[in-house]
Ligand binder design. Sequence first.
Ligand SMILES: [Zn+2]
Length: 293
Amino acid sequence: MIYKFSALCYNKHTNNSKKGDKMKIRCKNCYRVLNPNEEYCTNCGEYSERMHRAMVTGDYGPDPVGKFKMSFTLYALVGFALSGIFQIVFALIENKLNNGNGYTNLFCQTNSLFYSSIIATIVMLVSFRKDIKSYFPKINKNQIIGSAVVAVLTIAIVVIMSNLSDITLVLPKYVIQYLESGNAIFFDWQGVCIFKIAVGSILSSICLEILGRKYLIDALDETMLSDKAIYFITSVVVTIFEIAWIMSLEIAIASLIINLVSTGIYMYTNRNILINIIMRILNVLIVLIIFIL
Ligand SMILES: [Zn+2]
């Protein structure tokens, strides 16, 4: 009788929450999908903090799979389609500026990455504005120190590797050649400049961290996959995303290393994306300074 009553209250509760229908809450221990109101898993007895919160607030939370579809669509539209269109447009512009003498990767890719990354960042911040707070859950001191050390070591390794061979570059070859040429200028509205390279590299990698890594891992967390499987799938998928947007295979190895580390840091720091964003920004700035000097 009491059970029936609480189930009745519960149903009333969920009907108020439209999101509740789509949302699946899994047992952290046996990965079974919990029934509404099943605070303790009836299979293994594990307590579910998420179900508890959902029952108290009536908010069954965001739908991670739906969000991943949204973030993936946004990434595909801006990172693949729009940046591809920009490349064609800038090739035509450069060809015209040169009086029909063709175009260069440096000009087309730098401008394409610069403008597409700005658009991606703005659209991302607007579309996911309600989520922004959730990107930075609390992390403890050990998590900060541990991941900061790993991040610094990773930047050092990637920079050293970039000097070793042409297939372990941290930036595309045409960018490195430009930075080392001695002719690199800080700002030029029309042409190629350090500012555009820096902004394009930083913003695109922040988009990758959020649109790629965060939402992919959130969605995979809902599946039966183990943490190890989630770790490898995410690292590889985000590396492919990165190569496709930057349009350079020379950065594949460096990108894979950075992504293996970023995924690890994200999963280790209680799903906090902050250290990854700081690592990405530092990586770009340090690499630029080293190649310019
Ligand atoms: Zn269970």
